[in-house]
Structure formats: structure tokens, C-alpha cells
Design a protein around this ligand. Structure first.
Ligand code: GLA
Length: 406
């Protein structure tokens, strides 16, 4: 081999080796949307160390940890009403007598990660809305608080915005500051921010945060779930691996949401690559709700990335079609019925980029049913519900019905 050819070959090897190495680093540095549980939706300020530990146990006993739900997030109201003599935030000694670190240790020993809540102004939201005692925001204490979180073994920080406007805080500067501080504490901390107003999304949010809220607080009713969904239109431009739009924590299993509404809520959040942060009482988990949130086919849609999060493909008023390309070349699709009556909703192959007469191999992700359809698919969608499917343009190998494309 001539020296020059050898050089080119060597260079190519080095470059492709570097690319392969980059990919490895990328996979570690840009994880899929986080999955876990947060105390807020079910418990608000009624939390203590015992209920958090029982939830950790429930994550394991229910199989949810093994389905991917590893974050155990303590939301607002964990703090004592005053900082300590050194100015550090401390856990309320009455409800968290052993402090945050012992809960982090408890979580870590069980393959879980611990999350904590803080806020960028002088007050947290619970101080404003729930009369929680103490002006416990991080304003003016950011560096110390970042160190406190790291020392406490925290793996996830939810950083809120309440009172920051009145305090004259500059949002970009404040959220960037905490991002930089967390980056310097020596342990990876998932950084979830809530800037108000949530929309429009400032271009700096995806640069500095792992997730950012895109809506006001969710509530366990169908109207709010649709409101939050409607606000996601167009936001697909902002997300990428490690940087997710957050239409707020899940309400699956809460309030008066029915089984179809719960399935719809979970399906749509998965299609949007949303953080899947459960918000229900896991110590009283019904079998029906457990089955919904541990549906591995639906979770796989949330965790997959093929260049874009799910987005609205068609809007027919009371019915909508949402879709998302999957990295194996298939498409995940949610057929949504917003209204009070069941209705038939169709999908044409061309709408998901397949040839108009393609033989569609369809798997219903809720019933498990599989079938082959020529050029289009339709399903009866329940009221306030969805049909969620995954569509391949060719029958999977070994499918005996391969010739039977209707
Ligand atoms: C805000 C947030 C909620 C919750 C509360 C806690 O309202 O949006 O998700 O964290 O604060 O006070």
C-alpha cells in the first residue's frame, strides 16, 4: 500500500472511530425522557419521609421501577420554614427527621433516583398558593442550594418560577445560572424548569434545561388534559434527545378520569416524548392503572427517538390524528376522539409517509391485536379516548397473514 493511501485509510479509521465514540458518549449524555413519580399531583403538601419511602417500595413491588420509572421526586413542601444558620435549605425536621440524604440513600439502594423541588424567586409556589410557611426560594442562595442538592444525593431538580416576576428576576439569567451551578457540583442532575408564562418557548430553554414546562398546572380532568395537549402543537421544533417539552406530570389514576381518558392521556404524553412522571398514589395502585402505565409498547414510543417528537398530523375537530416516526422505520399513531360519542377514525398510509397503496402492518398497542391493511386503517375510537397503533409498511417477517393484506 502506498504511504498516501495508508494515510487516508488510517485517517478514515480514526475519524470513524471518533464518530463511533461520539455516538457512545451521546447516548450517555442525552438520555430519553425521564420516567418516575412525583409527590405533587396526589399529595400536594401532605408529604413526609414515611410516605416517600412507601412510594419507593411501591415502585419496586408494582414492577414500575423495572418498567423504567426510576425517579422518586419530592415536590414542594419538603423544606423547614427557615434555612439553617449557614443559610442552607433543610428538610422539615417534623416530617423528614432524617433529612433528604437518607431518602436519597434509600432510593439509591433500590435502584431509584431522588428528585427535589426548588424555585428561582424568593418564595416557592406553595408559599404563595398553599400558605406553606417560609420564604424558601433560591434567589440569592443559588450556589449554596446547588451544593446542598448535590450533598443531599439529589439526581433531579425541578426549578420553578413562582414570585420571580415580582422579585424582578431575569428568567434567562436565573435558569442559566442554576444550570451552570448544577453542572459544577460533580454529579449529574436532571434539570427540569418551569418558567411562566410557559409559552412561547424561549429559545434558551432547550439549550440549558433537560425539560421545560409548556403548560399551566395539569388537573385530573379531561378538559385540562385536552388544553395541555392543544398547547403542544408546533412545539416539536424545540425538543431533542436530552431536552424535552414537558406538558406536566401525569394524572393517570387521579380524580375522576375514566379508563379511556387515562389511556388517552398516557398514550398522548408518550407520543409527545414527554417526561413520564406519575402523579398518583402508588401505595393504592389499582390493577387497571398499573396495566396502563406499565404498557411496554407505549413506553417504548415515549423512549424512542427518530428525529422528532410526536405531533398533530390531522385535525378534524372532534377527532385528531397524532403521529411520530420511530427509529425502526415504523410510525406510532394516536387516533383521538375528544367527544362524548365513540367514532370511527381513519388513517391513510400517505399521511405517515408510506406509499398510498402500502400494505400496512398494524399493531394496536392497547389490545395487542395485529392485522394487515391495504393503504388505510380505521378503528372505532371510544368517547374521550384513543386508539394507539404502531404501523410498519411491510408485514413483519414470519407473519403468517402476510398474503392477506386487505
Ligand atoms: C407549581 C408547579 C407545580 C408544583 C407546585 C408546587 O404550581 O407548577 O407542578 O410544583 O408549584 O408548589
Amino acid at each position: 500500500m502506498k504511504a498516501s493511501v495508508l494515510l487516508v485509510v488510517l485517517l478514515a479509521c480514526v475519524v470513524s472511530g471518533a464518530r463511533a465514540a461520539d455516538r457512545t458518549v451521546d447516548a450517555a449524555a442525552h438520555p430519553p425522557p425521564p420516567m418516575g413519580w412525583s409527590s405533587w399531583n396526589a399529595f400536594g403538601c401532605n408529604i413526609d419521609a414515611r410516605s416517600i419511602r412507601r412510594t419507593a417500595d411501591a415502585l419496586l413491588a408494582s414492577g414500575l421501577r423495572d418498567a423504567g420509572y426510576v425517579y422518586l421526586n419530592i415536590d414542594d413542601c419538603w423544606q423547614a420554614a427557615r434555612r439553617d444558620r449557614e443559610g442552607q435549605l433543610q428538610a422539615d425536621p417534623a416530617r423528614f427527621p432524617d433529612g433528604i440524604r437518607s431518602l436519597a440513600d434509600y432510593a439509591h439502594a433500590r435502584g431509584l433516583k431522588l428528585g427535589l423541588y426548588a424555585s428561582s424567586g424568593s418564595r416557592t409556589c406553595a408559599n404563595i398558593w398553599n400558605e406553606y410557611p417560609g420564604r424558601l426560594g433560591s434567589l440569592g442562595h443559588e450556589a449554596l442550594d446547588a451544593r446542598t442538592f448535590a450533598r443531599g444525593g439529589v439526581d433531579y431538580l425541578k426549578y420553578d418560577w413562582c414570585s420571580a416576576d415580582e422579585d424582578g428576576v431575569d428568567a434567562e439569567a436565573a435558569f442559566t445560572r442554576m444550570h451552570l451551578l448544577l453542572g459544577a457540583v460533580g454529579r449529574p442532575i436532571f434539570y427540569s424548569i418551569h418558567r411562566e408564562p410557559q409559552l412561547p418557548i424561549d429559545t434558551w430553554r432547550p439549550r440549558i434545561a433537560n425539560a421545560w414546562r409548556t403548560t399551566a398546572d395539569i388537573r385530573p380532568n379531561w378538559q385540562t388534559i385536552l388544553r395541555n395537549l392543544d398547547q403542544q402543537v408546533g412545539l416539536e421544533a424545540f425538543s431533542s434527545p436530552g431536552h424535552w417539552n414537558d406538558p406536566d406530570m401525569l394524572e393517570v389514576g387521579n380524580g375522576a378520569l375514566g379508563i379511556e381518558e387515562n389511556r388517552a392521556h398516557f398514550s398522548l404524553w408518550a407520543l409527545l416524548n414527554a417526561p413520564l412522571i406519575l402523579g398518583n398514589d402508588l401505595t393504592a395502585l389499582s390493577d387497571a392503572v398499573r396495566r396502563i402505565v406499565s404498557n411496554r409498547d407505549v413506553i417504548a414510543v415515549d423512549q424512542d427517538w427518530a428525529g422528532t417528537q410526536g405531533h398533530k398530523l390531522r385535525d378534524d375537530g372532534e377527532t385528531e390524528v397524532w403521529g411520530k416516526p420511530m427509529s425502526d422505520g415504523s410510525f406510532a399513531v394516536v387516533l383521538l376522539d375528544r367527544a362524548e360519542q365513540p367514532v370511527r377514525v381513519g388513517l391513510r398510509a400517505a399521511e405517515i409517509g408510506f406509499s398510498p397503496d402500502a400494505c400496512l402492518s398494524v399493531k394496536n398497542l392497547w389490545t395487542g391485536a395485529e392485522g394487515l391493511y391495504r393503504g388505510e386503517y380505521a378503528d372505532r375510537v371510544p368517547a374521550h379516548g384513543v386508539s394507539m397503533i404502531r404501523v410498519w409498511s411491510r408485514p413483519p417477517r414470519g407473519n403468517r397473514a402476510a398474503q392477506a393484506c386487505k
